[in-house]
Design a protein around this ligand. Structure first.
Ligand SMILES: Nc1ncnc2c1ncn2[C@@H]1O[C@H](COP(=O)(O)OP(=O)(O)OP(=O)(O)O)[C@@H](O)[C@H]1O
Ligand SMILES: [Mg+2]
Length: 282
């Protein structure tokens, strides 16, 4: 069976061009012209990849992406957003459920193929490690949006073997680390977008919180708490004239099973393992 690409674009010409470009790559295009048709075609055809225009006559592309990514049955289908430059930033909403790639019109066939390759590689990687779901949340840097995204996450956790206690811990860790990303990484600049990746593997849930800030060195925190000497930390913060704090990292570490920063320090990974007795049987 040939692999299929769902092409969603209300402009006939663009739709046809996209369709003709994917054929030589061995894909059968399925062409639709509205958001509603797109959702129907996804459940009927379960495509291998979706090329999704943002400006659709009925349900816009963001909304279509949102629905597909929040649905456990469809969230691993790679979606590439195809946007005109003007609407690339136009969405006012504070939380959006991210696509796997963005392609800005006009684009070259090479750019299209590269986005497709990346999106398909993302999908293959997840298949290989048995991931049953991954969702990206792009969040404008405000605590209310962070809280909103965290509530959405909690809905997703409810479908995992995580216990209530574990869910509570994970939510708290996300608030702390998301708070740091906003407060320290983005210096509260609400225009910067913070990305939370949520992934379910056979034995664990992973959350990755990435900001666009300069990062920091977690090994070298003059004004942050360490497990050894939290009191000393309070004194240093006092000397520096900072509000009390510095417990975020210490706290978050204790709330999850696995905790690590990337090299630059602008991305933190939190992992929670399912209790063995609650693991889904494979
Ligand atoms: N994403 C980040 N980008 C840059 N610096 C960061 C980031 N996250 C943490 N930091 C640095 O690490 C320090 C410790 O973070 P931590 O959350 O432990 O304490 P805090 O945010 O200062 O206070 P609180 O206890 O209220 O969270 C911060 O003060 C900041 O200097
Ligand atoms: Mg903090």
């Amino acid at each position: 069976m040939p692999r299929t690409v769902l092409v969603v674009d209300d402009e006939r010409d663009t739709n046809d061009i996209l369709a003709s470009l994917v054929r030589p790559r061995g894909f059968e295009p399925v062409q639709v012209f509205s958001g509603a048709q797109a959702l129907a075609a996804v459940s009927q055809r379960h495509p291998d990849l979706i090329l999704l225009d943002l400006m659709l006559p009925d349900i816009d592309g963001f909304e279509v992406c949102d629905r597909l990514k929040r649905d456990r049955i469809t969230n691993l289908i790679p979606i590439i957003m195809v946007t005109a430059l003007q609407d690339a930033h136009h969405r006012a909403a504070g939380v959006r459920v991210g696509a796997n790639g963005y392609l800005v019109k006009p684009f070259t066939p090479q750019q299209l193929y590269q986005s497709m390759d990346e999106a398909l590689a993302w999908h293959d990687e997840h298949r290989q490690r048995g991931t049953t779901g991954e969702i990206n949340f792009d969040i404008r840097s405000e605590l209310t949006y962070l809280a909103e995204a965290n509530d959405l996450l909690a809905d997703l956790f409810a479908h995992t073997p995580l216990t209530e206690r574990q869910i509570k811990d994970l939510k708290q860790a996300v608030m702390e680390m998301g708070g740091n990303a906003i407060e320290w990484g983005h210096r509260k600049n609400a225009d910067l977008v913070l990305r939370i990746t949520y992934r379910i593997d056979p034995t664990s849930v992973t959350l990755i919180i990435q900001d666009q800030g300069p990062g920091f060195n977690p090994q070298d925190l003059p004004h942050a708490a360490s497990d050894e000497d939290p009191i000393r930390h309070l004194e240093i913060r006092n000397e520096l004239g900072l509000r009390e704090g510095g417990f975020g990292i210490m706290l978050a570490k204790g709330l999850v099973d696995d905790f690590r920063y990337n090299e630059r320090g602008n991305e933190v990974t939190l992992v929670k393992h399912f209790d063995p007795q609650h693991r889904p049987r494979s």
